[in-house]
Design a binder for this molecule. Structure first.
Ligand code: FAD
Length: 308
């Protein structure tokens, strides 16, 4: 119930104004977000790479209703990619992109605009020798996001895409995408999903996650296991062994600020681990989803507000 309320609030302008203007201790937001501009995010990237981790950077933003802002987000990504190369970081860092930040929801030609902007970002990534992964958002966007991914993969076969275990359709999507060279990030799903589209109970989502993992690990693609859940991490490792995957044939992914000790533990055990590093001033939606995932985060946030 609390999760659903927080996720609904993540789209609510009045709540957004309250949260953004609350005297929130920077510590709460800073735990999950690397900074408000690219400088601190690149510094965090350098630090994580030096610890043997890989990185995917997210220039925060979503639900863009304005064409200029979509273009500005595209430009922020292309600038970020050239800065990654200038600072010698592009070998271990890629970028994650939400299509709704580059125009997917614009009223006319939204999908086409998003695809063109994503294409420009993929080109910039290829120039500096790295890749892009398309994040997955509300369940209503899944068909459009997968269709755009299919188009982009014609020119950029290493483009990654995210699938959400919470959706009923995802097992079939996993089967379709478990092909040679296909990079698939499997997550549980951070959005509200109606009953007709997805599983409601956490244990059902967990079981679906395991079924999807089986398909991806037994297939020919490159699974990216995005979870902090110790059981899922263990099962993924066992499946990788069962299917004879060497450690460069899959990777674990976790979010910046969540279970950092586990990130380092896995890396020092020889696993590939990529950290998702978000930055930017459009942190509200991302931050609310992190609160929704864990009631303890809400208590921490409320305590910080009250202590001001
Ligand atoms: P859970 O069962 O939620 O959590 C397991 C344990 O992890 C918890 O017990 C706790 O110890 C820790 N934990 C989890 N979340 C938090 C938190 N917020 N704060 C503190 N501790 C926490 N979702 C999408 O819908 N689309 C995407 O494109 C997407 N991309 C992602 C990329 C990466 C790299 C990762 C790691 C997640 C992504 N997610 C995305 C979010 C994902 O769907 C889940 O909402 C999130 O990862 C929590 O699920 P979990 O698998 O960690 O398991």
């Amino acid at each position: 119930m609390l999760r659903q309320m927080l996720l609904a609030a993540s789209h609510h302008d009045a709540v957004k104004r309250v949260v953004e203007n609350a005297p929130v201790s920077r510590g709460v937001v800073d735990r999950f977000i690397a900074g408000e501009d690219a400088g601190p995010a690149l510094a965090a990237t350098a630090r994580l790479l030096s610890q043997g981790l890989s990185v995917t950077l997210d220039h925060l933003g979503e639900d863009t209703r304005d064409r200029e802002r979509a273009a500005a987000t595209r430009d922020a990504y292309t600038t970020l990619l050239s800065r990654l190369a200038d600072e010698g970081l592009s070998h271990g860092a890629e970028v994650s992109l939400k299509l709704s930040a580059v125009g997917q929801f614009l009223p006319r030609d939204g999908e086409k605009i998003a695809q063109d902007n994503a294409l420009a970002i993929c080109e910039a990534a290829a120039v500096v020798g790295t890749t892009v992964t398309l994040d997955m958002e509300e369940h209503t966007t899944t068909p459009s996001t997968l269709a755009i991914a299919r188009e982009l993969r014609r020119d950029f076969p290493s483009l990654g895409v995210v699938l959400q275990a919470a959706l009923h359709r995802t097992e079939a999507d996993c089967r379709e995408l478990a092909t040679a060279g296909s990079r698939v990030r499997l997550c549980k799903g951070a959005y509200n999903v109606p009953e007709y589209a997805g599983f409601q109970a956490r244990h059902e989502v967990d079981l679906a996650y395991v079924r999807c993992l089986r398909t991806l690990m037994s297939g020919d693609g490159y699974p990216m296991v995005a979870t902090h859940d110790p059981r899922m991490i263990e099962i993924a490792g066992a499946l990788a062994v069962r299917h004879g995957r060497s450690r460069d044939c899959y990777e674990y992914q976790m979010l910046y600020g969540i279970r950092p000790d586990e990130q380092r533990r896995l890396a020092s055990a020889g696993e590939r681990v990529r950290v998702y590093v978000p930055y930017g001033d459009q942190w509200y939606g991302y931050f609310m989803r992190r609160l929704a995932e864990r009631p303890a985060n809400v208590a921490f946030f409320v305590r910080s507000v009250l202590s001001k």
